[in-house]
Write a protein that binds this ligand. Structure first.
Ligand code: HSE
Length: 305
């Protein structure tokens, strides 16, 4: 429950960095997430007058709102409200490296970054806004908890909804597992991708995904040899294929060759979780040549900092 507090705002500018995230990981729709070492950086300061002074550099800088509807600002205000008091105005500087509309968690980064800025700007903020509360508040804004969880906790995460609230725990990641991303030029809005999902799924498909998601938790922790089987999915990727045919074709091609490829989040990026050596990675990269930018990304062991 939000409490009414009189807050002491810090006078200084504070800075946070927040990782990109890949959600679903194939079988774990709206549940599993992974933090990637590609970070947006935000800095903010409380202002005495009622203005929002916002500057955005990098990815999405032309489209991002520069007023109170800016997602980082909205998340900051949600965090301040939870802690008990909102400041009059905010100066915000955003340096964005996470590309937008590609299934790499750019909106979760903005939300978690905003909540973390609010926490840092308040004296004793860590007590008033814990990581657990960040996951709950962030999920309220994002609508699903998987990217939010990974952006807060880092590493791999299992997230779920409990009585309408986002909850999550982190799990260990086998250090042999690496991530390779294929990022296309085209964007796909998560809202559009979610509209393509059916109201109901066949019982068999639900059973298959439940078994694979459970197996994936084990595979990520210590059995990377099971990643191909564990990332199998029947409940979201195929339904969305019409919105990202090239991405689905790449996933199918790689999986047929024994490479554990999945759609990253709501797409259209493709992620491969693997233990391949450099030469094998070069071969895999060739599969997406021409249509995708291939980028190796370390798995981020830290969430927002
Ligand atoms: N689980 C969400 C979805 C992730 O697939 O719609 C969105 O990034």
């Amino acid at each position: 429950m939000a409490t009414r507090n009189h807050l002491t705002f810090k006078a200084t500018m504070v800075q946070v960095s927040v990782p990109a995230t890949s959600a679903n990981l194939g079988s774990g729709f709206d549940t599993l997430g992974l933090a990637l070492e590609l970070r947006d950086r935000y800095a903010a300061q409380v202002l005495d007058d009622a203005t929002f002074d916002i500057d955005v550099t990098g990815e999405g800088s032309d489209e991002i709102k520069k007023d109170k509807n800016n997602l980082v600002i909205k998340a900051m205000m949600h965090g301040f409200e939870h802690m008990g008091q909102k400041p009059k105005g905010i100066a915000l500087r955003q340096l964005n490296l996470i590309s937008h509309g590609r299934g790499l968690g750019s909106s979760a980064a903005a939300i978690v970054g905003g909540l973390a800025l609010a926490r840092e700007l308040v004296l004793g903020g860590d007590q008033l806004l814990t990581d657990e509360e960040m996951i709950r508040l962030g999920t309220e804004l994002e609508g699903h908890p998987d990217n939010i969880a990974a952006a807060v906790l880092g590493g791999a995460t299992i997230a779920w909804m409990q009585d309408g609230a986002g909850r999550a725990v982190g799990i260990k990641v086998d250090p042999r597992i690496k991530a390779l991303l294929f990022i296309p030029e085209a964007q796909l809005a998560t809202s559009k991708a979610r509209k393509l999902l059916p109201e109901t799924i066949p019982h068999h498909d639900g059973v298959l995904n439940a078994s694979r998601a459970a197996l994936l938790v084990h595979a990520i922790q210590s059995r990377p040899d099971l990643l191909l089987e564990a990332t199998e999915d029947l409940i979201h990727q195929n339904y969305r294929a019409e919105a990202m045919p090239k991405s689905m074709a790449l996933v199918t091609k790689l999986r047929s060759a024994g490479v554990p490829a999945v759609i990253s989040g709501a797409g259209p990026s493709v992620m491969v979780l693997h233990t391949l050596d450099a030469l094998e990675v070069e071969e895999v990269i060739k599969a997406g040549a021409g249509s995708f930018l291939a980028q190796e990304m370390a798995i981020s062991t830290h969430g927002v900092q």
